[in-house]
Design a protein around this ligand. Structure first.
Ligand SMILES: *[C@@H]1O[C@H](CO)[C@@H](O)[C@H](O)[C@H]1NC(C)=O
Ligand SMILES: *[C@@H]1O[C@H](CO)[C@@H](O)[C@H](O)[C@H]1NC(C)=O
Ligand SMILES: *[C@@H]1O[C@H](CO)[C@@H](O)[C@H](O)[C@H]1NC(C)=O
Ligand SMILES: *[C@@H]1O[C@H](CO)[C@@H](O)[C@H](O)[C@H]1NC(C)=O
Ligand SMILES: *[C@@H]1O[C@H](CO)[C@@H](O)[C@H](O)[C@H]1NC(C)=O
Ligand SMILES: *[C@@H]1O[C@H](CO)[C@@H](O)[C@H](O)[C@H]1NC(C)=O
Length: 403
């Protein structure tokens, strides 16, 4: 696949882009990713869009601002305005109620940190059955999707805002990758590639046992996956899979159409990265009584197999009036979700949907909608080209930068 070397050379990423964020923080975000102080109340109407990924029980996900569960709140419709929901009281954000998350798997690699798992997203207002969407720091106006969305991690020892991340959210599953470092051949933009947005968690985040991992909680170290959609070749180059879609662009007053990607999706990722030094936990919890949302104690976090106290300030705040109304648990809807993803075994090799239309390709249905990558772990060598489906689009990939 020699011909792809020039293609990769075109990617701005290879210039060793800075991995820490350099542009302004979102206007509704706190300046720093801190725990709520003791004496305060979790703000259940918060519009904070600051998410954090620190560990197996200390992370945030995206959810709709309106928690009514009404159909218009499908993630695909509200991507620009989703807000942060966190497993701990932090970031001035809303709280994910205990019990909502039924599995969480945290992996720290040389290039990124990642969390994935299963949840009852209806507990934060995700529409029951919503196949969800893909969130990232780009979006139609390159202001972030959501607009003003930002991400931190403390895996390097202190809180850092990172520029590149990607996240898939649906009513029953989630995943989030934050790119924290670059190696010579893999940039943060490439490793947090955000355009395979109908491919789902298992494929994009290279999770071998995703659909077997419900109801467990782990923290591991691991090697880095190949960047999403890239297939390292024996000669050191890559072949590239790009999700097929068409879009329009405007240049010098003329409007044109372009198409990117293949119609056939590959059956698997390049390889499933090895993990090591794993710790298992029985569950995670937030320490907040959601009948009044009061922050009464120092949050603890799970790290390295044990519980550690977080660092937190104190304050004195009177209980906000509407505080107990939000984040309602939506009755019995949780149980209705049980069988859905189990049946979502994609026919591998089937056509991938084409997200047509605007340049906000991220409005495509995302996390749940596919499983081209599901199942069939490759028997033989993991690093080989996986059939015609991954043949490359060559120069068309250049059009991706229009987004
Ligand atoms: C906030 O997000 C925007 C859009 O993704 C990004 O350009 C900016 O650098 C981020 N700022 C911080 C402080 O993280
Ligand atoms: C809760 O969040 C909303 C929206 O961000 C904000 O207007 C309000 O002031 C916050 N309430 C408190 C008590 O901080
Ligand atoms: C996502 O897919 C679901 C069903 O799979 C559909 O009902 C919904 O309209 C789709 N949403 C978007 C934004 O395409
Ligand atoms: C990047 O280069 C290193 C060392 O040359 C190699 O081991 C690794 O496989 C490459 N990364 C990917 C994703 O192929
Ligand atoms: C939560 O708060 C309510 C109201 O203050 C109280 O009745 C209940 O016992 C508390 N639950 C726990 C587990 O502390
Ligand atoms: C995960 O397990 C919970 C039970 O803890 C179940 O309610 C839920 O449906 C499962 N999710 C999936 C996607 O299978």
């Amino acid at each position: 696949m020699y011909q792809f070397i020039p293609l990769l050379a075109l990617l701005p990423s290879l210039a060793q882009a800075q991995v820490t964020a350099t542009f302004p923080n979102g206007p509704t975000n706190p300046d720093r990713p801190e725990f709520y102080p003791i004496g305060s109340y979790v703000n259940s109407t918060s519009e904070s869009r600051l998410i954090t990924l620190n560990g197996v029980d200390d992370f945030c996900l995206w959810g709709p601002p309106d928690q009514s569960g009404a159909a218009e709140n499908e993630i695909g419709n509200v991507e620009p305005i989703v807000v942060a929901y966190c497993t701990k009281p932090r970031n001035g954000a809303r709280l994910i109620p205990d019990g909502a998350i039924t599995a969480a798997h945290f992996i720290k690699t040389p290039n990124y940190v990642q969390i994935y798992g299963f949840w009852d997203g209806t507990k934060v207002g995700i529409v029951d059955g919503d196949a969800g969407g893909e969130l990232d720091p780009h979006g139609a106006e390159n202001l972030g999707n959501p607009i003003g969305g930002n991400v931190t991690s403390n895996v390097g020892g202190s809180d850092v805002f990172y520029e590149e991340w990607m996240s898939f959210i649906s009513y029953d599953q989630f995943c989030l990758r934050v790119c924290t470092a670059e190696t010579g051949n893999v940039t943060a933009a490439l490793q947090c590639e955000h355009e395979l947005d109908i491919m789902g968690c298992q494929f994009v985040m290279a999770i071998e046992d995703f659909y077997q991992s419900n109801n467990t909680f782990t923290e591991c170290e691991g090697e880095s996956a190949a960047p999403p959609g890239l297939y390292p070749q024996p000669d050191g180059s890559y072949s590239t899979f790009r999700q097929r879609y068409t879009g329009t662009y405007t240049a010098d007053g003329t409007v044109g159409m372009f198409t990117v990607g293949q119609t056939v999706t590959p059956s698997s990722v390049a390889f499933y990265p090895a993990t090591s030094n794993c710790k298992t936990y029985s569950t995670i919890s937030n320490g907040i009584n959601t009948s009044d949302w009061a922050v009464t104690a120092t949050p603890s976090v799970l790290v390295g197999g044990s519980t550690q106290a977080g660092s937190v300030g104190t304050t004195s705040q009177s209980r906000p009036s509407g505080a107990s109304a939000a984040a309602s648990t939506s009755g019995a809807s949780g149980s209705a979700s049980a069988s859905a993803s189990a049946s979502r075994s994609g026919a591998s090799g089937s056509t991938s949907a084409s997200a047509s239309g605007s340049s906000t390709q991220s409005n495509a249905n995302a996390s749940g909608s596919n499983s081209a990558a599901k199942l069939t772990v490759n028997t033989g060598s993991t690093n080989l080209l996986l059939g015609a489906g991954v043949a490359v689009v060559g120069m068309l990939v250049g059009a991706v930068s229009l987004l």
